[in-house]
Design a protein around this ligand. Structure first.
Ligand SMILES: [Zn+2]
Length: 227
C-alpha cells in the first residue's frame, strides 16, 4: 500500500522580526500564503486520501499569533518543535503560549536547547543538549516530549543514535518525500518563501513521491544505520 502521510515543515509566518537571521528569512511565509496552503491541503486530502501533517520549527512567536488561529479555523492539529533556551525570549513562544497550544491539541517537540547543529557537538555535549532540552520543554508543557527535529535538518549516524538513546520516538528530518512509518526517521518537506501551494503541494504529494517512498526509506535507514 502506498504511504499516506506527508509532513510539511514551516518556520515563521507573517513578517519576520528584525532580529531573525538573514538565512532564516527565506523560510518565512506570508500568513495569507499559509492560509491558502491549508485550503489546498484540505482539497488534496479529500481527493487523494493522503494526510498532510504540518510541523513548525524554531518556536517563533508566530506559531501562536498566526499559525494557531489558522490551524484552529481549519480544525487541524500540528507539531511544533521549539528550542528550550528560546522559550520566553522576545520573538519566541513563552510558557503561557506553549501551554495554550497544548490545551488546543497541538504537540510540542524538541528542536534542541540552543539552535545549533547537533553534528557539531561532542558526544557528551550532544547528550546534554538533548536531555536538558527534553526536560525543560516537558516541564513547560506538562507532557512527555517524544518527538524531535534536528536544527538545520543536520543528521548523521551519531546524532540519530543519540536521539534514540535519549528516548525520542521520532526524529524528523528535512529530506523530502512521504513518511512510511509513524516512528523512527520521518522525512519532511520544507516550505520556502517562493512556495506556491496550488503548484507545489500536489507535486510533493504526487504518485512518484509515494511510489518511491519505500526505497528512500530503506536508503535513509542504511545511511544512518537505523534499524
Ligand atoms: Zn531550526
Amino acid at each position: 500500500m502506498l504511504p499516506q502521510r506527508l509532513y510539511i515543515t514551516c518556520h515563521g509566518l507573517g513578517h519576520p522580526a528584525a532580529d531573525i537571521e538573514p538565512d532564516a528569512r527565506r523560510f518565512w511565509l506570508p500568513a495569507d500564503l499559509f492560509r491558502h496552503t491549508l485550503d489546498v491541503a484540505q482539497v488534496l486530502e479529500r481527493d487523494t486520501g493522503i494526510s498532510v501533517q504540518f510541523t513548525f520549527d524554531d518556536g517563533n512567536l508566530s506559531d501562536h499569533t498566526v499559525a494557531l488561529p489558522l490551524l484552529r479555523a481549519h480544525n487541524r492539529r500540528a507539531l511544533f518543535f521549539v528550542c528550550a533556551e528560546r522559550i520566553g525570549r522576545p520573538g519566541f513562544l513563552d510558557r503561557a503560549r506553549l501551554r495554550e497550544m497544548v490545551a488546543a491539541g497541538m504537540t510540542i517537540g524538541c528542536h534542541g536547547h540552543r539552535h545549533v547543529s547537533w553534528r557539531t557537538l561532542s558526544d557528551a555535549a550532544l547528550a546534554s543538549e538533548l536531555s536538558s532540552a527534553r526536560r525543560a520543554i516537558s516541564e513547560v508543557t506538562g507532557q512527555p516530549v517524544v518527538l524531535a527535529s534536528a536544527p538545520f535538518g543536520e543528521l548523521d549516524q551519531r546524532v540519530v543514535r543519540a536521539a534514540m538513546a535519549e528516548g525520542f520516538r521520532c526524529l524528523f528530518s528535512s529530506s523530502g518525500g512521504f513518511a512510511t512509518a509513524q516512528t523512527g526517521l520521518i522525512p519532511r518537506n520544507t516550505l520556502k518563501s517562493d512556495f506556491e501551494p496550488g503548484r507545489d503541494l500536489p507535486r510533493m504529494a504526487g504518485l512518484p513521491q509515494r511510489a518511491w517512498a519505500g526505497v528512500y526509506d530503506t536508503a535513509r535507514r542504511m545511511k544512518y544505520r537505523f534499524t
